[in-house]
Design a protein around this ligand. Structure first.
Ligand SMILES: NC(=O)c1ccc[n+]([C@@H]2O[C@H](COP(=O)([O-])OP(=O)(O)OC[C@H]3O[C@@H](n4cnc5c(N)ncnc54)[C@H](OP(=O)(O)O)[C@@H]3O)[C@@H](O)[C@H]2O)c1
Length: 329
Protein backbone atom coordinates (compact mmCIF):
# COMPACT_ATOMS: atom_id res chain seq x y z
CA UNK A 1 0.00 0.00 0.00
CA UNK A 2 1.20 3.57 -0.61
CA UNK A 3 2.40 5.37 2.50
CA UNK A 4 1.90 8.69 4.27
CA UNK A 5 3.89 10.40 7.02
CA UNK A 6 3.32 10.61 10.76
CA UNK A 7 6.27 12.64 12.02
CA UNK A 8 9.31 10.91 10.57
CA UNK A 9 7.51 7.56 10.19
CA UNK A 10 6.10 6.11 6.98
CA UNK A 11 2.74 4.43 7.61
CA UNK A 12 0.21 2.81 5.29
CA UNK A 13 -2.04 5.44 3.75
CA UNK A 14 -4.97 3.58 5.28
CA UNK A 15 -4.53 2.48 8.87
CA UNK A 16 -6.52 -0.09 10.81
CA UNK A 17 -8.83 1.12 13.57
CA UNK A 18 -8.95 -1.75 16.04
CA UNK A 19 -11.75 -0.59 18.36
CA UNK A 20 -14.51 -2.75 16.87
CA UNK A 21 -12.51 -5.89 17.55
CA UNK A 22 -13.25 -5.46 21.28
CA UNK A 23 -15.80 -2.73 21.80
CA UNK A 24 -18.46 -0.32 20.64
CA UNK A 25 -20.34 -1.70 17.66
CA UNK A 26 -22.46 -4.71 18.48
CA UNK A 27 -20.91 -7.87 19.75
CA UNK A 28 -17.16 -8.08 19.16
CA UNK A 29 -15.85 -11.12 17.27
CA UNK A 30 -14.37 -14.03 19.22
CA UNK A 31 -10.63 -13.64 19.95
CA UNK A 32 -9.58 -16.05 17.20
CA UNK A 33 -11.56 -14.17 14.53
CA UNK A 34 -10.27 -10.85 15.87
CA UNK A 35 -6.67 -12.12 15.72
CA UNK A 36 -7.25 -13.25 12.12
CA UNK A 37 -8.24 -9.69 11.17
CA UNK A 38 -5.04 -8.27 12.69
CA UNK A 39 -2.77 -10.82 11.03
CA UNK A 40 -4.50 -10.55 7.67
CA UNK A 41 -4.17 -6.77 7.89
CA UNK A 42 -0.39 -7.13 7.86
CA UNK A 43 -0.67 -9.35 4.77
CA UNK A 44 -2.82 -6.71 3.05
CA UNK A 45 -0.21 -4.01 3.69
CA UNK A 46 -1.65 -2.18 6.70
CA UNK A 47 1.30 -0.98 8.78
CA UNK A 48 -0.54 1.37 11.15
CA UNK A 49 -2.69 -0.07 13.95
CA UNK A 50 -4.79 2.16 16.18
CA UNK A 51 -5.89 1.09 19.66
CA UNK A 52 -6.51 2.74 23.07
CA UNK A 53 -6.55 1.99 26.78
CA UNK A 54 -10.29 2.59 26.60
CA UNK A 55 -11.21 0.00 23.98
CA UNK A 56 -12.72 -3.01 25.72
CA UNK A 57 -11.29 -1.45 28.91
CA UNK A 58 -7.85 -2.81 28.05
CA UNK A 59 -8.99 -5.89 26.13
CA UNK A 60 -8.13 -4.35 22.76
CA UNK A 61 -4.53 -3.59 23.73
CA UNK A 62 -4.27 -7.11 25.17
CA UNK A 63 -5.57 -8.56 21.90
CA UNK A 64 -2.95 -6.63 19.91
CA UNK A 65 -0.21 -7.64 22.35
CA UNK A 66 -1.10 -11.34 22.26
CA UNK A 67 -1.53 -11.44 18.49
CA UNK A 68 1.20 -9.15 17.19
CA UNK A 69 4.03 -9.20 19.74
CA UNK A 70 6.14 -11.44 17.49
CA UNK A 71 5.63 -9.10 14.54
CA UNK A 72 6.10 -5.85 16.44
CA UNK A 73 8.73 -4.49 14.02
CA UNK A 74 6.38 -4.75 11.05
CA UNK A 75 3.95 -2.00 12.04
CA UNK A 76 3.48 1.42 13.58
CA UNK A 77 1.64 1.09 16.89
CA UNK A 78 -0.63 3.88 18.08
CA UNK A 79 -2.46 3.84 21.41
CA UNK A 80 -4.11 6.37 23.71
CA UNK A 81 -4.18 7.43 27.34
CA UNK A 82 -6.29 9.70 29.52
CA UNK A 83 -9.62 7.91 28.96
CA UNK A 84 -9.95 4.47 30.54
CA UNK A 85 -11.89 2.30 32.99
CA UNK A 86 -11.97 4.24 36.27
CA UNK A 87 -12.28 2.99 39.83
CA UNK A 88 -16.09 3.06 39.56
CA UNK A 89 -15.89 0.54 36.71
CA UNK A 90 -17.10 3.06 34.12
CA UNK A 91 -15.33 5.30 31.60
CA UNK A 92 -13.22 8.04 33.15
CA UNK A 93 -11.33 11.00 31.63
CA UNK A 94 -8.27 12.01 33.67
CA UNK A 95 -5.32 13.95 32.25
CA UNK A 96 -3.27 14.43 35.41
CA UNK A 97 0.38 13.61 34.72
CA UNK A 98 0.64 10.81 37.30
CA UNK A 99 -2.48 9.14 35.88
CA UNK A 100 -1.19 9.35 32.30
CA UNK A 101 2.12 7.82 33.33
CA UNK A 102 0.28 4.92 35.01
CA UNK A 103 -1.82 4.53 31.85
CA UNK A 104 1.40 4.16 29.86
CA UNK A 105 2.76 1.42 32.12
CA UNK A 106 -0.55 -0.44 31.83
CA UNK A 107 -0.61 -0.01 28.03
CA UNK A 108 2.96 -1.27 27.62
CA UNK A 109 2.19 -4.36 29.71
CA UNK A 110 -0.98 -5.18 27.79
CA UNK A 111 0.66 -4.51 24.41
CA UNK A 112 3.71 -6.60 25.42
CA UNK A 113 6.13 -4.07 24.00
CA UNK A 114 8.83 -1.71 25.29
CA UNK A 115 7.77 1.24 23.17
CA UNK A 116 4.61 2.71 21.66
CA UNK A 117 5.23 4.59 18.39
CA UNK A 118 2.46 7.13 18.87
CA UNK A 119 0.69 7.76 22.18
CA UNK A 120 -2.31 10.07 22.06
CA UNK A 121 -4.01 12.02 24.79
CA UNK A 122 -7.44 10.51 24.03
CA UNK A 123 -9.40 13.46 25.41
CA UNK A 124 -8.24 16.73 26.91
CA UNK A 125 -9.29 16.70 30.58
CA UNK A 126 -10.40 20.31 30.92
CA UNK A 127 -9.58 20.30 34.65
CA UNK A 128 -5.88 20.02 33.74
CA UNK A 129 -4.00 22.61 31.64
CA UNK A 130 -3.13 21.00 28.30
CA UNK A 131 0.50 22.02 28.91
CA UNK A 132 0.61 19.75 31.99
CA UNK A 133 -0.79 16.70 30.23
CA UNK A 134 1.53 17.22 27.24
CA UNK A 135 4.43 17.69 29.68
CA UNK A 136 3.73 14.17 30.96
CA UNK A 137 3.69 12.79 27.40
CA UNK A 138 6.94 14.65 26.65
CA UNK A 139 8.51 12.88 29.65
CA UNK A 140 7.40 9.57 28.16
CA UNK A 141 9.25 10.45 24.93
CA UNK A 142 12.36 11.36 26.94
CA UNK A 143 12.19 8.02 28.75
CA UNK A 144 12.17 6.18 25.38
CA UNK A 145 8.85 4.44 26.06
CA UNK A 146 6.95 6.55 23.52
CA UNK A 147 8.26 7.73 20.12
CA UNK A 148 5.75 10.46 19.26
CA UNK A 149 2.80 12.29 20.78
CA UNK A 150 -0.73 12.75 19.48
CA UNK A 151 -3.92 14.55 20.48
CA UNK A 152 -7.53 13.58 19.86
CA UNK A 153 -10.61 15.76 19.43
CA UNK A 154 -9.07 19.08 20.45
CA UNK A 155 -9.51 22.47 18.82
CA UNK A 156 -6.89 24.22 16.71
CA UNK A 157 -6.19 26.58 19.62
CA UNK A 158 -5.48 23.69 22.01
CA UNK A 159 -3.36 21.97 19.39
CA UNK A 160 -1.21 25.09 19.06
CA UNK A 161 -0.77 25.38 22.84
CA UNK A 162 0.24 21.72 23.06
CA UNK A 163 2.60 21.96 20.08
CA UNK A 164 4.44 24.80 21.82
CA UNK A 165 5.27 22.41 24.70
CA UNK A 166 6.36 19.45 22.56
CA UNK A 167 5.99 18.70 18.83
CA UNK A 168 2.70 16.94 18.15
CA UNK A 169 3.04 14.26 15.47
CA UNK A 170 -0.64 13.51 14.90
CA UNK A 171 -4.08 14.84 15.58
CA UNK A 172 -6.92 12.27 15.56
CA UNK A 173 -10.49 13.46 15.20
CA UNK A 174 -13.70 12.37 13.55
CA UNK A 175 -13.65 13.31 9.87
CA UNK A 176 -15.67 11.99 6.99
CA UNK A 177 -18.01 13.32 4.35
CA UNK A 178 -20.75 13.59 6.97
CA UNK A 179 -18.60 15.10 9.78
CA UNK A 180 -16.69 18.15 8.56
CA UNK A 181 -15.79 19.95 11.81
CA UNK A 182 -11.99 19.72 11.21
CA UNK A 183 -12.47 21.85 8.09
CA UNK A 184 -13.20 24.87 10.31
CA UNK A 185 -9.61 25.23 11.54
CA UNK A 186 -7.95 22.00 12.65
CA UNK A 187 -6.94 20.70 9.20
CA UNK A 188 -5.24 24.00 8.36
CA UNK A 189 -3.48 24.12 11.74
CA UNK A 190 -2.19 20.59 11.19
CA UNK A 191 -0.90 21.46 7.71
CA UNK A 192 0.80 24.59 9.02
CA UNK A 193 2.44 22.82 11.99
CA UNK A 194 3.41 19.65 10.10
CA UNK A 195 1.00 17.48 12.11
CA UNK A 196 -0.57 14.41 10.46
CA UNK A 197 -4.36 14.35 10.62
CA UNK A 198 -5.70 10.87 11.45
CA UNK A 199 -9.38 10.61 10.48
CA UNK A 200 -11.44 8.37 12.74
CA UNK A 201 -14.87 6.99 11.85
CA UNK A 202 -14.02 7.64 8.16
CA UNK A 203 -16.91 5.46 6.98
CA UNK A 204 -19.40 7.47 9.04
CA UNK A 205 -19.50 4.53 11.47
CA UNK A 206 -20.63 2.32 8.54
CA UNK A 207 -23.56 4.57 7.55
CA UNK A 208 -22.03 5.67 4.23
CA UNK A 209 -21.15 2.09 3.26
CA UNK A 210 -24.90 1.62 2.72
CA UNK A 211 -24.97 -1.53 4.86
CA UNK A 212 -27.15 -0.10 7.64
CA UNK A 213 -30.59 0.67 6.27
CA UNK A 214 -32.47 0.43 9.58
CA UNK A 215 -31.17 1.03 13.14
CA UNK A 216 -33.01 -2.14 14.25
CA UNK A 217 -30.13 -3.97 12.52
CA UNK A 218 -27.88 -2.74 15.35
CA UNK A 219 -27.59 -4.95 18.45
CA UNK A 220 -28.78 -3.50 21.81
CA UNK A 221 -25.40 -2.41 23.21
CA UNK A 222 -24.19 -0.75 19.99
CA UNK A 223 -23.02 2.80 20.85
CA UNK A 224 -24.42 4.16 17.57
CA UNK A 225 -27.94 3.72 18.96
CA UNK A 226 -27.20 6.66 21.31
CA UNK A 227 -26.06 8.91 18.45
CA UNK A 228 -28.67 11.31 17.03
CA UNK A 229 -27.83 10.53 13.39
CA UNK A 230 -28.78 6.90 13.99
CA UNK A 231 -32.10 7.91 15.63
CA UNK A 232 -35.43 9.18 14.29
CA UNK A 233 -36.06 11.54 12.59
CA UNK A 234 -32.43 12.01 11.49
CA UNK A 235 -31.70 8.45 10.39
CA UNK A 236 -34.60 8.34 7.94
CA UNK A 237 -33.59 11.72 6.49
CA UNK A 238 -29.96 10.64 6.10
CA UNK A 239 -31.05 7.47 4.28
CA UNK A 240 -32.07 9.74 1.39
CA UNK A 241 -28.36 10.40 0.73
CA UNK A 242 -27.45 6.78 0.14
CA UNK A 243 -28.84 6.12 -3.34
CA UNK A 244 -26.96 9.12 -4.76
CA UNK A 245 -23.79 8.06 -2.97
CA UNK A 246 -24.12 4.51 -4.35
CA UNK A 247 -24.47 6.03 -7.83
CA UNK A 248 -21.22 8.04 -7.44
CA UNK A 249 -19.48 4.86 -6.24
CA UNK A 250 -20.64 3.02 -9.38
CA UNK A 251 -19.41 5.88 -11.60
CA UNK A 252 -15.99 5.55 -9.98
CA UNK A 253 -15.88 1.72 -10.14
CA UNK A 254 -15.55 1.34 -6.40
CA UNK A 255 -17.57 0.41 -3.34
CA UNK A 256 -19.22 3.03 -1.15
CA UNK A 257 -16.68 2.32 1.62
CA UNK A 258 -13.82 2.85 -0.84
CA UNK A 259 -15.41 6.08 -2.01
CA UNK A 260 -15.46 7.41 1.59
CA UNK A 261 -11.76 6.60 1.99
CA UNK A 262 -10.78 7.89 -1.45
CA UNK A 263 -12.48 11.20 -0.61
CA UNK A 264 -10.31 11.57 2.50
CA UNK A 265 -7.10 10.61 0.70
CA UNK A 266 -7.85 13.09 -2.09
CA UNK A 267 -8.64 15.93 0.32
CA UNK A 268 -5.02 16.44 1.42
CA UNK A 269 -1.76 14.49 1.69
CA UNK A 270 -1.55 14.85 5.48
CA UNK A 271 -4.85 12.98 6.05
CA UNK A 272 -4.72 9.31 7.08
CA UNK A 273 -8.02 7.44 7.50
CA UNK A 274 -8.27 4.53 9.97
CA UNK A 275 -11.39 2.49 9.08
CA UNK A 276 -12.32 -0.38 11.36
CA UNK A 277 -13.76 -3.76 10.50
CA UNK A 278 -14.39 -7.22 11.92
CA UNK A 279 -14.56 -8.79 8.43
CA UNK A 280 -11.76 -9.97 6.16
CA UNK A 281 -13.62 -9.02 2.98
CA UNK A 282 -14.12 -5.47 4.26
CA UNK A 283 -10.46 -5.35 5.34
CA UNK A 284 -9.41 -6.12 1.76
CA UNK A 285 -11.99 -3.72 0.31
CA UNK A 286 -10.70 -0.85 2.45
CA UNK A 287 -7.04 -1.56 1.66
CA UNK A 288 -7.79 -1.28 -2.07
CA UNK A 289 -9.29 2.18 -1.54
CA UNK A 290 -5.76 3.57 -1.62
CA UNK A 291 -5.68 2.73 -5.37
CA UNK A 292 -9.04 4.24 -6.34
CA UNK A 293 -8.65 6.82 -9.11
CA UNK A 294 -11.53 9.25 -8.85
CA UNK A 295 -13.15 10.57 -12.02
CA UNK A 296 -12.99 14.35 -12.64
CA UNK A 297 -15.63 16.17 -10.55
CA UNK A 298 -16.17 13.17 -8.25
CA UNK A 299 -15.03 15.17 -5.21
CA UNK A 300 -17.43 18.00 -6.03
CA UNK A 301 -20.31 15.57 -6.62
CA UNK A 302 -19.73 13.85 -3.27
CA UNK A 303 -19.49 17.14 -1.41
CA UNK A 304 -22.63 18.53 -3.06
CA UNK A 305 -24.52 15.43 -1.93
CA UNK A 306 -23.16 14.90 1.60
CA UNK A 307 -22.33 18.06 3.54
CA UNK A 308 -23.29 19.82 6.80
CA UNK A 309 -26.44 21.22 5.19
CA UNK A 310 -27.69 17.85 3.90
CA UNK A 311 -26.76 15.63 6.87
CA UNK A 312 -29.39 15.58 9.59
CA UNK A 313 -28.54 15.53 13.30
CA UNK A 314 -25.44 16.21 15.42
CA UNK A 315 -22.72 13.56 15.54
CA UNK A 316 -22.83 13.13 19.33
CA UNK A 317 -25.65 13.37 21.88
CA UNK A 318 -25.82 16.04 24.59
CA UNK A 319 -24.07 13.82 27.16
CA UNK A 320 -21.11 13.13 24.84
CA UNK A 321 -20.57 16.67 23.51
CA UNK A 322 -18.88 18.09 26.65
CA UNK A 323 -16.07 15.52 26.21
CA UNK A 324 -15.04 17.26 22.98
CA UNK A 325 -12.95 20.45 22.82
CA UNK A 326 -14.58 22.72 20.26
CA UNK A 327 -13.56 26.08 21.71
CA UNK A 328 -12.35 28.34 18.91
CA UNK A 329 -12.58 25.42 16.47
N1 LIG B 1 -9.99 9.07 18.93
C1 LIG B 1 -11.25 8.78 19.15
O1 LIG B 1 -11.91 9.36 20.03
C2 LIG B 1 -11.91 7.69 18.33
C3 LIG B 1 -13.31 7.54 18.35
C4 LIG B 1 -13.88 6.55 17.55
C5 LIG B 1 -13.06 5.73 16.79
N2 LIG B 1 -11.70 5.88 16.82
C6 LIG B 1 -10.79 5.03 16.02
O2 LIG B 1 -11.21 5.05 14.66
C7 LIG B 1 -11.43 3.73 14.20
C8 LIG B 1 -12.49 3.73 13.12
O3 LIG B 1 -13.67 4.38 13.54
P1 LIG B 1 -15.07 3.66 13.70
O4 LIG B 1 -14.89 2.19 13.96
O5 LIG B 1 -15.83 4.46 14.67
O6 LIG B 1 -15.84 3.90 12.32
P2 LIG B 1 -15.69 3.52 10.79
O7 LIG B 1 -14.35 3.00 10.47
O8 LIG B 1 -16.22 4.72 10.10
O9 LIG B 1 -16.79 2.36 10.64
C9 LIG B 1 -16.58 1.07 11.11
C10 LIG B 1 -17.79 0.25 10.72
O10 LIG B 1 -17.87 0.16 9.31
C11 LIG B 1 -18.05 -1.18 8.87
N3 LIG B 1 -17.19 -1.38 7.68
C12 LIG B 1 -15.83 -1.31 7.63
N4 LIG B 1 -15.40 -1.51 6.37
C13 LIG B 1 -16.50 -1.72 5.61
C14 LIG B 1 -16.68 -1.99 4.24
N5 LIG B 1 -15.66 -2.06 3.39
N6 LIG B 1 -17.95 -2.18 3.80
C15 LIG B 1 -19.01 -2.11 4.64
N7 LIG B 1 -18.89 -1.84 5.97
C16 LIG B 1 -17.65 -1.65 6.44
C17 LIG B 1 -17.60 -2.04 10.01
O11 LIG B 1 -18.44 -3.17 10.09
P3 LIG B 1 -17.85 -4.66 9.77
O12 LIG B 1 -17.18 -5.09 11.03
O13 LIG B 1 -19.07 -5.45 9.47
O14 LIG B 1 -16.92 -4.51 8.62
C18 LIG B 1 -17.75 -1.16 11.25
O15 LIG B 1 -18.96 -1.42 11.92
C19 LIG B 1 -11.77 2.96 15.46
O16 LIG B 1 -11.56 1.59 15.33
C20 LIG B 1 -10.80 3.57 16.44
O17 LIG B 1 -9.52 2.99 16.29
C21 LIG B 1 -11.14 6.87 17.56
Amino acid sequence: MQTRKIGSFDVSAIGLGCMVLSHAYGNPPDPKAAADVLLKALDFGYTHFDTASLYGFGANETLLGNTLKHRRREFFLASKCGMFRGASGGKEIDGHPAVLKQNLEDSLKRLQTDVIDLYYLHRWDKRVPIEDSIGALADMVKSGKVRAIGLSEVSAATLRKAHAVHPIAAMQSEYSLWTRNPEIAVLDACRELGVAFVAFSPLARAFLTGDIRDPVQLPPKDIRLAMPRFQAPHFQKNLELLDGFAQIARENDCTMAQLCLAWLLHKAPHIIPIPATTRLDHLADNARAADVKLKPCAMEKMEALVNPQTVSGPRYNAAQLPEIDTEGD
